[in-house]
Design a protein around this ligand. Structure first.
Ligand code: C2E
Ligand code: MG
Ligand code: MG
Length: 279
């Protein structure tokens, strides 16, 4: 693009690129420092059975208590962590912390951990997961590893091998943001998974638009056909919950049930009367 524009635009392009690189280096230093300074922590968001209303699991969601910027959410720093490779130490920390905290919850309450595709290219990752489980005593079946469909965008053998190994050890695998990615149906055909999650953008759109509603219906039917658990995210209203219940979704997550909470509030959520979970 820069080639087509003569004169000063070259300088402009170079300056923008240089600024980009400098910003990247700054966030890299900041992330590395933050891991050492223990500025990261996890929040937990409950996932309930649509029929029973009871809590089946909590999803671990990473937060950064930044000394200047305050509490920062993953979308603001996970991309940089992936680019710099710092996702490996950070992801390993998340896995250990989530297993440690979940091991204190009553069985069979599960924990869902988001894992970036780069983590599977680390040969030691599967061993690290098994080590976390052994160390904390958490039963493998109580851990679900959530990966986005984008992990399959390149025919990534490392990811497939890693997920296969984890499943062989009894860890569950969920495909996140199902329907947003590429060749979703083929992923279901060729890859053994336990669960798929419907992205929260669908939960909103299905109430406004018949086509989107039909699409959610089809995704849930696909899940049933492949005999996997289906989890709809971003449920904010009773109407949305009713809609997915009628269409046979297994699980729901969203602000209607609870926003993500600090680990200290997990016991209170588990103690809530069931009627309040879906009301
Ligand atoms: P996700 O796995 O789809 O997680 C659900 C996101 O939806 C969370 O945002 C959650 O706070 C938000 N959410 C939950 N219920 C509702 C609702 O009813 N309405 C709306 N509008 N939003 C809702 P969060 O915590 O900002 O996380 C964003 C994404 O960052 C996650 O999406 C996940 O892909 C990624 N992520 C989070 N933690 C980790 C981590 O430890 N490692 C990696 N690699 N990625 C992570
Ligand atoms: Mg996720
Ligand atoms: Mg999502």
């Amino acid at each position: 693009q820069a080639k087509a524009i003569p004169g000063n635009s070259y300088r402009f392009f170079d300056a923008a690129l240089a600024a980009d690189i400098a910003a990247g280096a700054a966030i890299e230093r900041d992330l590395a420092r933050a891991i050492d300074a223990e500025e990261f922590f996890l929040e937990y968001q409950p996932i309930v059975g649509v029929e029973s209303g009871s809590v089946r699991a909590f999803e671990a969601l990473l937060r950064w208590r930044h000394p200047q910027k305050g509490i920062t959410v993953p979308d603001d720093f996970i991309p940089a962590a992936e680019k710099t490779g710092l996702i490996l130490p950070l992801g390993n920390w998340v896995m250990r912390e989530a297993c440690r905290q979940a091991s204190g919850w009553p069985a069979p309450t599960g924990v869902v951990v988001n894992v970036a595709s780069a983590q599977f290219r680390d040969r030691a990752f599967v061993d690290h997961v098994m080590h976390c489980l052994a160390e904390t005593g958490l039963a493998p079946g109580r851990l679900t590893v959530e990966v986005t469909e984008s992990v399959f965008s390149t025919d990534d053998m490392a990811v497939r091998e890693g997920l296969r190994a984890l499943r062989a050890h009894g860890v569950r695998v969920a495909l996140d943001d199902f329907g947003l990615g590429f060749s979703s149906i083929n992923n279901l055909r060729t890859f053994p998974i336990d669960q798929l999650t419907v992205d929260r953008s669908f939960a909103r759109a299905m109430m406004e638009n018949k086509r989107e509603a039909d699409l959610v219906d089809i995704i849930l039917k696909l899940g049933q056909a492949f005999q996997v658990t289906t989890t709809v995210k971003g449920i904010e209203s009773e109407e949305q919950l009713d809609f997915i219940r009628q269409r046979g979704a297994s699980e729901a997550q969203g602000y209607l049930i609870s926003a993500p909470v600090p680990a200290s509030e997990v016991p209170a959520i588990l103690a809530r009367p069931k009627s309040r979970l879906s009301a």
